[in-house]
Design a protein around this ligand. Sequence first.
Ligand SMILES: C[S@@+](CC[C@H](N)C(=O)[O-])C[C@H]1O[C@@H](n2cnc3c(N)ncnc32)[C@H](O)[C@@H]1O
Length: 229
Amino acid sequence: MSQDPRTSAAPAAASSGSNPIAQVKQHWDHVYSNKEYEYGEAPNVWLASFADRFPAPGKAVALADGYGRNGVFLAERGLETLSLDISPVGVETTRKLAAKRGVAIDAQVMDVSKWQPDGPVYDVVALIYAHFSSTPERDYCLRRQIHQTAAKALKPGGLLILEAFRPDQLGKSSGGPKMAHYLYSLEELKVDFADLRLLEGAEVDIELEEGERHRGLASVVRVVATKDA
Ligand SMILES: C[S@@+](CC[C@H](N)C(=O)[O-])C[C@H]1O[C@@H](n2cnc3c(N)ncnc32)[C@H](O)[C@@H]1O
C-alpha cells in the first residue's frame, strides 16, 4: 500500500513538487488504480442510517466522494446526485459503479476547495472521511473553508452528514490520516457548522468494516446537522 501524502515523508511528493493538491491527487489515483473499491462497494454505515429521511426526489452532493460508494448510494435512493473528487481515477470508477447499479450520477473531477455551489439547493450533503488540513495556510483554514461552503450548499430542512477520524485515531491501524491536523474534533466541527443546527454530534469508537483500509476499532466523530428556514 502506498504511503499517505498526509504524512510528513510522503514519497508521492517527489514527482509532484510542493503542490499539496497535486500530491493528494497523485496519491489517491495510485490507491484507486491499485484497488478500485478500496473501502468496499457498500455505503458508509452512518450515512446509510439516515436513508429513510432522504426526500425523493431531491438533490444530494457527496464531497471528496472517492470512487463513489456513497454518491452512488444516494443516487440509488432517488436523489439527483453530484459526486466530486480530486482523483480522476476515482471519478471514473464512480461512473462505472453507477452504470453497474443502473443509476445516473453527475461525477466530476474537482478540488472541492474551489467548488462554488448554486446556492442552498442540496437536501443531503455528505462528507464521509473527507479529511482536509486544519493548518492555517495563508490567511485561512482549508477544512473550515470547505465545511462552510458545504453548509451554505445545504437546503433548509436538509441534512449534512459527516463522519471522520478524530485525533484519538492516531496510533490505530484501522485507517485515516497520520497527521493530527487532518483529524477533526467535535468542537472544531461545531464551529465550522455554526450556521447549522446540530441534530447529533458525537465522538465515538466504532468497529469499522469498510474494505481492508478501514477495518477494526476506530475513533471517529459523527455529525448530522440541519439548516433552519
Ligand atoms: C479517505 S478517501 C474517502 C473517499 C469517500 N468519501 C469514501 O468514504 O469512500 C478521501 C478522498 O478525499 C479526496 N480528496 C482529498 N482532498 C480533496 C480535495 N481538495 N478535493 C476533492 N477531493 C479531495 C481524495 O481524492 C479521496 O478520494
